[in-house]
Design a protein around this ligand. Structure first.
Ligand code: SF4
Length: 168
């Protein structure tokens, strides 16, 4: 039996819109269904297959101390790490905090700020770990996502506009 590509999808600080783009790819994913095992995708299914994974898609930015450690674990678990969307590739709308005083938000928004654990910044995934490909947009283009996944499944270099390092 041919080994399937193990795909995992991880969420950090985000609105889930880019993951929904993947869910919206149902028909297109059928064309690579024989070659892909969706091993970890909490947004879509309760089944959780342990890593390592061949391809990890990461949505969202780094905004909490816990995120900083978790993205390192995600990186170690994935052969190819692909960041999807403006949150993951640039910090997202939540990066507006980078030019503000987060303590002011605590005081004015939360009744009990002592329960909040957050960083002063929202930063892209590539500020923390090596990223193999970036898909930009808010949300991403599902056509670019399918092209990228199809290329990786077939061990080819994607032709869709991506950023960062290339596949051998
Ligand atoms: Fe949502 Fe846009 Fe962030 Fe994607 S890039 S998770 S659509 S806010």
């Amino acid at each position: 039996m041919v080994n399937k590509t193990k795909l995992a999808v991880f969420k950090f600080a985000s609105c889930d819109g880019c993951q929904l783009s993947l869910l919206d790819c149902e028909d297109e994913l059928l064309s690579v269904a024989d070659a892909v095992d969706i091993a970890y995708f909490l947004e879509a299914r309760s089944r959780r297959v342990e890593g390592p994974y061949d391809v990890g898609l990461v949505e969202g930015s780094i905004t909490t101390p816990g995120d900083v450690g978790r993205i390192q674990e995600v990186r170690r678990a994935c052969k190819y790490l692909v960041t999807i969307g403006a949150c993951a590739t640039a910090g997202g709308i939540q990066a507006l905090r980078n030019w503000a005083n987060v303590d002011d938000f605590f005081r004015h928004v939360y009744a009990h700020p002592e329960f909040i654990s957050t960083l002063n910044t929202s930063t892209p995934i590539s500020d923390h770990v090596a990223v193999d490909f970036e898909l930009r947009g808010c949300p991403i283009s599902k056509h670019q996502l399918i092209e990228l996944l199809t290329a990786l499944v077939h061990h080819k270099k994607p032709t869709t506009p991506t950023h960062s390092v290339c596949v051998e």
